[in-house]
Ligand binder design. Structure first.
Ligand code: PMV
Length: 333
């Protein structure tokens, strides 16, 4: 009852922000993302009677069961998993990521997609990708999308039991190989407000939340069409506007949520200036200060050189559309 999996992070072009059901992690709106080819979580699980309690080791450090992080994320996920699939022996989970966690780089997406995939294999559940995406969803909303590679949509669903809220692939990674998502790391510190708490606070207190939902369907339609026709301008413009609308809801919560730092703002201004010069580049951001530049392979080098010159940029990672979660024979313990 031991298995391992590797799962990628993903970055949303049309964002998920706000839950209609916090227990089942059901979103108010659908979302679309690109699965990245360079950021991964690698996870090993072992269910065994010899473990007296569930154990989590994250990037080499034991996460104590008494900690808030454990309870809110893994503890909650394992409880829901067992309610759904029946009692299991205690499990040891070890996970490593090749990028900073809790900093707006979709570590929970990669982590829970890897965990769901490894559990499916270890217990021989034989879940298909649709069911796997629902299982990953119980850990973190964005993880629903990391099961698939390429361009992925998480359908919001209508049902109260969440059975129609899962991910589908819009197109495989080969469909638009030239697309680039350049990640500009502006801080590796863990954010103070996690996306889970941030979105709940937004739904409760932002007067803008209603407006956010009103344009969600149109953004999904445009980005879906833009991906299928490989129209960077359409995808870029809508993704950028969608991100700013999400930030408008965050800024107007009480108390306000401001994930940006000085470097994020500097990057946003630069990207807008470069676009005025004729370089096709667009930005998106998530629940953290990192800026992601959307562009094509042909402009990658030029943009990278310019990004390096910007004060405060700590690291630049160029990513392309990549594959989804998969089982691996390489165990971490
Ligand atoms: O599922 P979470 O808790 O990782 O929330 C993801 C929230 C955003 O990254 C801001 C948007 C998204 O759709 O990935």
């Amino acid at each position: 009852m031991k298995a391992s999996a590797i799962a990628p992070a993903n970055i949303a072009l049309v964002k998920y922000w706000g839950k209609r059901d916090e227990e089942l992690i059901l979103p108010f709106n659908g979302s679309i993302s690109v699965t990245l080819d360079k950021l991964f979580a690698h996870t090993t699980v072992e269910f065994d009677e010899r473990y007296k309690e569930d154990i989590l080791i994250l990037n080499g450090k034991r996460v104590e069961q008494s900690s808030k992080d454990y309870q809110e994320y893994i503890g909650n996920f394992l409880r829901k998993f067992r309610e759904r699939f029946g009692k299991t022996p205690k499990v040891k989970i070890e996970s490593v990521t090749n990028f900073p966690t809790g900093a707006g780089l979709a570590s929970s997406a990669a982590g829970f997609a890897a965990l769901a995939t490894a559990i499916n294999e270890a217990l021989g559940l034989n879940l298909d990708k649709k069911e796997l995406s629902k299982l990953a969803r119980l850990g973190s909303g964005s993880a629903t999308r990391s099961i698939y590679g390429g361009f992925v949509e998480w359908l919001k669903g209508e049902r109260n039991d969440g059975e129609d809220s899962y991910a589908i692939q819009i197109a495989p990674p080969e469909h638009w190989k030239e697309l680039r998502m350049i990640l500009c790391i502006t801080s590796k510190e863990e954010k103070k407000i996690k996306s889970r708490a941030g979105m709940a606070q937004t739904v409760r207190t932002s007067p803008m939340y209603k407006c956010w939902l009103e344009s969600a369907e149109k953004d999904l339609e445009d980005v879906r069409a833009g991906i299928l026709s490989k129209d960077l301008e359409l995808v870029g413009k809508v993704a950028e506007h969608n991100c700013l609308k999400m930030f408008a809801t965050m800024l107007t919560t009480k108390p306000p949520i401001i994930y940006w730092n000085e470097t994020s703002i500097r990057l946003i201004h630069s990207i807008l200036e470069w676009r005025d010069e004729g370089i096709k580049c667009y930005f998106t951001m998530d629940a953290g200060p990192q800026v992601k530049v959307i562009c094509l392979e042909k402009d990658e080098e030029k943009i990278k050189e310019r990004l390096k010159e910007i004060e405060g940029v700590e690291d630049i990672i160029v990513t392309s559309p990549g594959d989804g979660a998969k089982v691996t024979e390489k165990h971490l313990f």
